[in-house]
Design a protein around this ligand. Structure first.
Ligand code: MV4
Length: 510
């Protein structure tokens, strides 16, 4: 096993990786930008090194700085987490060049499976079902129109270099195609420096279901079941769960075997995720492969009782997978909410700032993968995800009940959070029934807005009222001493009030 691992990331995932290192007796080395000096991942690491200014282009994305620290600190491996450099083959290559192990797939596997069209070719070659469409980039809008007529409208244009829904346009009819082509191509050029597009048949109301795979350096491949990720807003996942409410053992086996075939054909190693769209008849179609550990990996950990980060490290160190496919058993149900510093009442606008006070949920079946603490300031330079709340239960109903209970316990002041959104989603009958699809959350939020304006604007739902009252009661009952709100003036003399004010000013910062 490695002696020292450099964690090339920040926030909750850097904390998550540091925790795995600690449990394995491996030293965890953090890196931090100027605004992350006091971040939790720095505090929980064994060593920490500055890597420059806040903008990630000048810090977390600079391969030379990351490798410079790795060499200086004597690290024998680098874990990239997700985002930043995680899917950049140049980091994997640079690590090899420096004689340091990259905890992830090879640069070549990343390039093959990371390219949308190259991956579609591999999928077709191994017989994994793909959405009907082109396997190669299309030359121009006229060519696109010809292909669309063959496939039949609606179609969807996607960027070859795509990700995060950028450079993607659905096209309902031929009249819309030319402008959709221009928009998608220029968006792809701006986002990825690559304007190339390909085309697929557009599926209405599909589910987004992904398969977790693991592959070691000895030719062993396994799948760890699926994650249902259909609850998304603007291509950002909001809630994920395992297993999917629509899964059957037969479908899981078929999707799992397709995912493993694809990974094997791409010479994949380490942890990876194969994304599929699944239609109402439970037909599944390969979409793309993510060549990294994903944000939502904890729901898989909860239902498999495995630690994916430790397995990533063991695989990278050359150990064979310690189990075969037949030994993997799924137990119970897990759900995850991504908690963000953003304002759900103001179009989910980011709400960075100082966390004055916070209280984290715990108790049976609850896990919190967090990157924050009370007194810390959420920087505005990065994704404002505060952490992930994960609930496990014997079945879906218990997992959702535990999540609902834990959300009621969650409290943070000083910043706005999207916690109220989860309460609303969880109490919706669609979600309770598992009747969700990729645009479900957008439809749900539009319906809410429509209902509110029908009812005359400002009125709160019962759930919102209850949440506001609960938060107020908790807040008032937990203030004490110098932080207590001032009691009516008649009970205090002027000099007492004055000295109390002075004390408040002197209150040391945590
Ligand atoms: C699609 C699709 C419908 N048909 N492809 C969105 C992100 C990217 N990974 C693929 N996406 C989609 N591809 C075909 N052929 C609908 C989506 C899609 C979507 C997928 C998953 C989760 C949320 C989504 C929201 C809008 C569109």
């Amino acid at each position: 096993m490695f002696k020292k691992v450099l964690i090339a990331n920040r926030g909750e995932i850097a904390v998550r990786i540091a925790r795995a290192c600690r449990e394995m007796g491996v030293r965890a080395v953090a890196v931090y930008s100027d605004v992350d000096r006091a971040s939790l991942h720095v505090r929980l690491a064994d060593e920490a090194y500055p890597i420059g200014p806040a903008p990630s282009r000048e810090s977390y994305l600079v391969i030379e700085k990351i490798l410079g620290v790795a060499r200086y600190a004597g690290c024998d491996a680098v874990h990239p987490g997700y985002g930043f450099l995680a899917e950049n083959p140049a980091l994997a290559r640079a690590c090899v060049g420096a004689g340091i192990t990259f905890i992830g797939p090879s640069a070549a596997a990343m390039e093959q499976l990371g390219s949308k069209t190259a991956a579609r070719h591999i999928a077709r070659d191994v017989g994994a079902p793909t959405v009907p469409g082109t396997l190669d980039p299309i030359d121009n809008a006229d060519e696109a129109a010809k292909i669309a007529r063959e496939i039949g409208f609606p179609v969807i244009l996607k960027a070859v270099a795509g990700g995060g829904g950028k450079g993607m346009r659905s096209v309902a009819s031929e009249g819309e195609l030319a402008s959709a082509w221009r928009d998608a191509a220029s968006e792809a050029q701006n986002a990825f420096g690559d304007a190339r597009l390909y085309m697929e048949k557009y599926l209405e109301r599909p589910r987004h279901i992904e398969i977790q795979v693991l592959a070691d350096h000895h030719g062993h491949f396994v799948y760890l079941g699926e994650r249902e990720c259909s609850v998304q807003r603007r291509h950002q996942k909001v809630i994920e769960e395992a297993p999917s409410p629509i899964m059957t053992p037969e479908l899981r086996k078929a999707m799992g075997e397709a995912a493993v075939k694809l990974a094997r054909a791409g010479n994949y190693t380490n942890a990876g995720t194969v994304e599929f769209l699944v239609d109402a008849q439970r037909n599944f179609y390969f979409l793309e492969m993510n060549t990294r550990l994903q944000v939502e990996h904890p729901v898989t950990e909860m239902v498999t009782s495995l630690d994916l980060v430790k397995l990533q490290m063991r695989i990278a160190a050359g150990e064979p997978l310690p189990f075969g496919q037949e030994e993997i058993a799924l137990r119970g149900h897990a759900v995850e909410c991504r908690i963000y510093a953003e304002d759900p009442d103001n179009n989910f606008f980011p709400s960075p700032g100082k966390i004055v006070d916070c209280r984290v949920p715990s108790g049976p079946g609850i896990r919190l993968d967090e990157g924050i603490y009370a007194g810390w300031t959420v920087p505005n330079e990065y994704d404002p995800m505060l952490g992930k709340l994960i609930a496990w239960g014997g079945d879906r109903q218990e997992a959702l009940a535990r999540m609902g209970r834990a959300l009621e316990e969650y409290y943070a002041s000083g910043i706005k959070t999207n916690v109220s959104l989860f309460r609303r989603i969880l109490s919706s009958s669609d979600f309770q029934r598992g009747a969700i699809y990729t645009r479900w959350l957008d439809d749900f939020l539009s319906a809410e807005t429509a209902a509110k304006s029908r009812d005359g604007g400002e009125e709160q739902t019962q759930a919102e009222q209850a949440a506001a009252i609960a938060a107020f009661l908790w807040h008032t009952s937990h203030r004490s001493g110098a932080n207590a709100p001032e009691t009516p003036a008649i009970t205090k003399s002027r000099w007492k009030t004055q000295s109390w004010r002075e004390q408040v000013k002197r209150e040391p910062q945590p």
